[in-house]
Design a protein around this ligand. Structure first.
Ligand SMILES: *Cc1c(COP(=O)(O)O)cnc(C)c1O
Length: 339
């Protein structure tokens, strides 16, 4: 029997509808802005997120790094949660590419609140580095797919702007947050300066993320993407899958959320495990014994693939390519392995 792969929602493969759309896509050279399918995807994403423009980028990481590079000068600070993706998983690109200095805040559930932002920004002084940008992550990956709601997002964005800071939203899984809350994605990010969203995770596309912002910022982002060697040619092949994703793959994320809940329910009450009910598609258990790698290995031996994020954190991510039956089986195995 095939393993139940809960390592990441990046395990999703393009759907038959995506492959058909990719095969039929009308394409052109994006250096000349002449790929009609790519142009449509960028317009569609901008509209969905409530921004003037959007730019297709090869990865979420490049989208975040472009957003930082165009909004932060060397020696300026980027304020973010200490477990955010831009801190943990981007090779300190903000320092390497932009000369930016991370200023990290310990948060509850990965939520960088308005109060936390106000508390972290010290009064300006001639010899004090300036905070230039706040990065908010929603949903929050390492905190376990936690969701910041519209009021929390809007309060944080307003607080940052009142302090003269720009705001970038790492919305790799913004779609999951919107579905969990039953709100439009644009409601969560209204007023932010830039937003990155990903197509290649729960939405099943093979490649791609988008960076949205004002027309002026997106023009700068296009230059920065070029500097990173990320210029596109006939990317309409990829954009065709992206259009299918935005048109049809977002509402079904609710199924992934219900499946993740089956997993956290199965782990709740296990001795030495701290588990919060999954809010979206990420189930996380904190294992006090510090044996997450051993538990992951025991699960693997029984056909369930998960990730030990560190010694204490076991992460399981649900997605389109694992069924309810798969998740019920994984839940039963989890219960046994943790018992
Ligand atoms: C996956 C992820 C990214 C990066 O996306 P890639 O396409 O893998 O580079 C950025 N932020 C968060 C929160 C993510 O989960």
């Amino acid at each position: 029997m095939n393993a139940i792969d809960l390592r990441s929602d990046t395990m999703t493969r393009p759907t038959p509808a995506m492959r058909a759309a990719m095969a039929a896509a009308e394409v052109g050279d994006d250096y000349y802005k002449e790929d009609p399918t790519l142009n449509r995807l960028q317009e569609r994403a901008a509209e969905l997120l409530g921004f003037e423009a959007a730019l297709f980028v090869p990865s979420g990481t490049m989208g975040n790094e472009i957003a930082i590079a165009i909004q932060v000068a060397p020696g300026e600070l980027v304020l973010t949660d200490e477990r955010s993706h831009v801190i943990e998983y981007e090779l300190a690109g903000m320092a390497a590419h932009a000369g930016a200095i991370p200023s990290v805040v310990r948060t509850e559930d990965g939520k960088l609140t308005a109060d936390a932002i106000r508390g972290a920004v010290k009064p300006a002084a001639f010899n004090r580095p300036r905070v230039a940008l706040v990065v908010l992550e929603n949903t929050h990956n390492l905190a376990g797919g936690t969701v910041s709601d519209v009021a929390e997002m809007q309060a944080a964005i307003t607080a940052a702007h009142e302090l003269g800071l720009r705001v970038h939203v790492d919305g790799a899984r913004l779609w999951n947050a919107a579905v969990a809350l039953g709100v439009e994605p644009r409601a969560l990010v209204a007023g932010a300066d830039t937003v990155m969203v990903t197509l290649s995770k729960g939405l099943c596309c093979p490649v791609g993320s988008l960076l949205a912002g004002s027309a002026e910022l997106v023009a700068r982002a296009r230059r920065q993407r070029q500097l990173f060697g990320g210029g596109m040619r006939q990317a309409g092949i990829l954009a065709a899958a992206g259009l299918v994703a935005l048109d049809s793959m977002i509402p079904r994320l609710a199924e992934d959320h219900a499946h993740a809940r089956l997993l956290t329910d199965a782990m709740t009450g296990a001795r030495g495990a701290r588990v919060a009910p999954a809010r979206t598609n990420i189930a996380v258990a904190t294992l006090e014994a510090g044996n997450a790698p051993e538990i992951a290995a025991a699960l693997k031996a029984r056909g369930v693939l998960g990730t030990a994020m560190d010694r204490v954190t076991l992460r399981l991510v649900t997605h389109h390519d694992v069924s309810r039956a798969d998740c019920l089986r994984a839940a039963a195995i989890l219960g046994e392995v943790l018992a």
